[in-house]
Ligand binder design. Structure first.
Ligand code: NAD
Ligand code: UDP
Length: 310
């Protein structure tokens, strides 16, 4: 049994990670300031003796009494709409927040995994993206606040590993979806579902030819779990290589929801990456991991969950 601190615990990925680590017989300490997360995502955990919770902003000094074996740092706005609204909080949680947690990992001799992102590749000039690609990021564009915070996060994590010998893991997470995404967080899939289910137009940005590769949450949680327990300290891509255009996924959501909504093409946001697909050769080799949930199945599961919540 390990004692694990999970930041961003009330968010989409963080809450599923709390469930996973408790299911595996561990004690979980959740930490969140509810900036973009919600108590509803973890309310089922409060009654468990294996779960405790700190309402805390990790950009402020982090204190947790007692031993900690693992730290998973997932606190950060993650939707482009969120981080464009909260650019300074986003920069601070990736930089100051990561620094605080690395300091905690150092004194507790804990292993720390950080939630990095495919956004560190920016609008990629190499396709698919493998870990050896350094990316194409505009530091002063609107998305720079997120991309550069995450690039700094990787850099300081490597520095703590190299200088202080902290055991670290770096997950480069590609677009992930599933139950508990905030319906109004502005990301493509929850937006399309809520529009389709309420009869509004589906807002496809640009001409919809930009691509993403969507990974179902259960696969992602398994990948993160395996990476944490592995011996590999360099960055690892985690995602589903099944690439699709945004227009295609909008059409799939219309079909799944049996909706009469129509697709309306609107302006493409600045610096929106044109294509994105993970090369997961490294994860397959080092973690013996690959995603197994097909998009049709994952979208259907997400829809069923939304129907019960609507
Ligand atoms: P989310 O918005 O659902 O969850 C983030 C959580 O962090 C929220 O509960 C929020 O309240 C909390 N938080 C933000 N700032 C905080 C602070 N200063 N102190 C304490 N808590 C704070 O987002 P998510 O999709 O679950 O993403 C979680 C992590 O995974 C993020 O670090 C994100 O960058 C990374 N990630 C997610 C995806 C994805 O597709 N979902 C892809 C790549 C990387
Ligand atoms: N997108 C869209 N309509 C929306 C929301 C997003 O067409 O209402 C597009 C967005 O421009 C991007 C893709 O869908 O090309 C994925 O966007 P998301 O916000 O989900 O994540 P990103 O991968 O850009 O961080």
């Amino acid at each position: 049994m390990k004692r694990i601190l999970i930041t961003g615990a009330a968010g989409f990925l963080g809450s599923h990670l709390c469930d996973k680590f408790i299911r595996e017989g561990n004690e979980v300490i959740g930490m969140d300031n509810f900036l973009t997360g919600t108590e509803a995502n973890i309310s089922h955990l409060f009654k468990l003796k294996e779960f405790s919770f700190y309402h805390h902003d990790v950009t402020k000094f982090v204190h947790v009494p007692g031993q900690i074996d693992y730290i998973l740092h997932f606190a950060s706005p993650a939707s482009p709409v969120d981080y464009l609204e909260m650019p300074i909080q986003t920069l601070k949680v990736g930089s100051l927040g990561t620094h605080n947690l690395l300091g905690l990992a150092k004194i507790k001799r804990a292993r720390m995994l950080i939630a990095s992102t495919s956004e560190i590749y920016g609008d990629p000039l190499v396709h698919p993206q493998r870990e050896s690609y350094w990316g194409n990021v505009n530091p002063v564009g609107p998305r720079g606040v997120y991309d550069e915070a995450k690039r700094f996060q990787e850099a300081i994590t490597m520095a703590y590993h190299n200088v202080h010998g902290v055991e670290t893991r770096i997950a480069r997470i590609f677009n992930t979806y599933g139950p508990r995404m905030r319906i109004n967080d502005g990301r493509a899939l929850p937006t399309f579902f809520s529009q389709a289910m309420s009869g509004q137009d589906l807002t496809v940005y640009g001409n919809g030819t930009q691509t993403r590769s969507f990974c179902y949450i259960d696969d992602m949680v398994e990948g993160i779990y395996k990476l944490l327990l592995s011996n590999y300290h360099l960055p690892v891509n985690l995602g589903n290589p099944d690439e699709v255009t945004i227009l295609q996924v909008a059409k799939e959501i219309l079909a799944i929801t049996n909706s009469t909504s129509v697709i309306k093409k609107t302006k493409l946001p600045i610096d929106d990456p044109q294509m994105r697909q993970p090369d997961i050769t490294l994860a397959k080799k080092e973690l013996l991991w690959r995603p197994t949930v097909k998009r049709a199945d994952g979208l259907m599961r997400t829809y069923s969950h939304l129907l019960s919540a609507f």
